[in-house]
Design a protein around this ligand. Structure first.
Ligand code: ATP
Ligand code: MG
Length: 425
């Protein structure tokens, strides 16, 4: 029988790497808390219809990438490919959108059937942030400055650029799409295959085609900005000048459109040139129509999602992780006769010194092999609680990283002595 391996594109995060994730999660949680955002936890499985209506039936995600299945009751379900649609569903379902502003974030795995490669997986993790009930451009500005704060906290600020575009209102976008289709239809046989297909399904996406000839044809296409209301242009300009006052590196990219149907007004991507083709680490924008499309009350909304793997890859590339796995401060050694008495004492010690990491060897062998393990663990001290020590109500401390004589202590003095050795804890 062959070994069972993980599903292609779905990765384990091993103990030696997990601290990187925790480091990111802690930084992001404290940044979001500082801005008054609340966490929301959402299911991983939703009704398939939610993504058809929420993400859009003509999008790559719904057309090619979802994991769909029917459950034992015949219900059509989908592993979520993104979090926004679920978040909107939850907001509507629990009546959280009436006359109030909601600022929420979520994190967790998303599933897309894509070709796995560096920075692109079939199960990947996003951190999403969404704000409901606020139509002012100041809200878009807050989200971007919050993200900028996070890049600074992580040390990424000199390696990312904010690409920004204005799609105008949905009506602006619609009349532009019509003009674009009118322009491209007569010359459609010169387009790349994907763009040809998009001409009927999702024409706006042709703008971000990677094909050079298509890009050339677009040079003479109608310009999206000519279709945008003056008032919307003006608020977009004020957004740009605010970002400049924060010294955020901004690049206006008139061909930036998002893959998902619901965006309008400002859309953006944080991009790095250090990760090759998978250089977008965070993407989002405004989606004022989605809540009502999903039968909720008219509610303006804006949000983004970060790809956590890509951020971690970037931080690895830049060697920004200093802290390693948790090394214990104290490693406890005992023998067969002292196992449970020793363990009871160690429990009390942990209670008295909650910040210390006290690791206990739970498979006592020879002292020699136990000392080897203690040394390998990286601990400062080995604490020996074996038969002799227990008989005499003592314990032995051996210094693993210093040239110091080992010492024997009365058990009653141990806690005070540890406090002396680790005064901060
Ligand atoms: P891409 O153009 O790279 O496919 P996307 O437009 O499909 O990205 P979004 O749906 O906007 O991506 O998701 C937001 C972020 O999630 C992306 O910017 C990226 O960082 C991350 N992401 C998306 N798909 C994947 C994936 N398959 N593997 C890892 N990260 C991903
Ligand atoms: Mg994609």
């Amino acid at each position: 029988m062959s070994k069972i391996q993980a599903v292609r594109g779905m990765n384990d995060i091993l103990p030696d790497d997990v601290y990187k994730w925790q480091y990111f999660e802690n930084a992001v949680k404290s940044t979001l808390k500082g801005y008054g955002y609340q966490e929301i936890r959402l299911p991983i499985v939703e009704k398939r219809e939610l993504f058809h209506r929420g993400v859009g039936a003509g999008t790559d995600i719904v057309e090619k990438e979802t994991y769909d299945f029917t459950d034992r009751n015949g219900e059509a379900l989908t592993l979520r490919p993104e979090g926004t649609a679920s978040c909107v569903r939850a907001m509507i379902e629990h009546g959280l959108l009436r006359n109030q502003i909601q600022k929420v974030w979520y994190t967790g795995p998303m599933f897309r059937y894509e070709r796995p490669q560096k920075g692109r997986y079939r199960q990947f993790y996003q951190l999403g942030v969404e704000v409901y009930g606020c139509d002012h451009i100041a809200q878009d500005a807050e989200l971007l400055s919050l993200t900028w704060q996070l890049w600074q906290a992580l040390g990424l600020q000199t390696h990312v650029v904010l690409e920004l575009n204005n799609l105008g209102t949905l009506e602006n976008r619609r009349s532009y799409v019509k003009a674009l289709v009118d322009y491209l239809t007569p010359i459609q046989d010169q387009l790349d295959e994907d763009s040809k297909r998009r001409l009927t399904k999702n024409p706006l996406r042709i703008l971000d085609s990677k094909n050079e000839q298509t890009q050339k044809l677009l040079d003479s296409a109608p310009n999206l900005h000519d279709f945008i209301d003056a008032e919307i242009q003006q608020s977009f300009t004020s957004l740009i000048s605010y970002l400049k006052t924060l010294n955020i590196p901004v690049k206006i990219n008139p061909r930036l459109v998002r893959g998902i149907d619901y965006y309008s007004h400002s859309v953006f991507e944080w991009v790095t040139d250090r990760l090759g083709a998978q250089g977008t680490i965070c993407a989002g924008g405004r989606y004022n129509s989605l809540v009502s499309d999903l039968n909720g009350p008219e509610t303006p909304a804006v949000g983004f999602a970060m790809g956590i793997e890509r951020i971690i890859l970037l931080m690895e590339t830049l060697t920004l992780f200093r802290q390693g796995r948790h090394t214990p401060d104290i490693y406890v050694i005992f023998d067969e006769t002292s196992v449970f008495t020793a363990m009871t004492m160690v429990e009390a010690l942990r209670k008295a010194h909650p910040k210390l990491i006290i690791e206990q060897n739970t498979s006592p062998g020879s002292f020699k092999s136990q000392f080897k393990k203690a040394d390998k663990s990286g601990a400062q001290l080995a604490l020996i609680l074996a038969e002799d020590e227990l008989k005499n109500n003592t314990c032995v401390i051996k210094f693993l990283r210093e040239e110091k004589e080992q010492m024997t202590l009365a058990q009653a003095e141990l806690s005070a002595y540890i406090h002396q050795l680790f005064p901060a804890q």
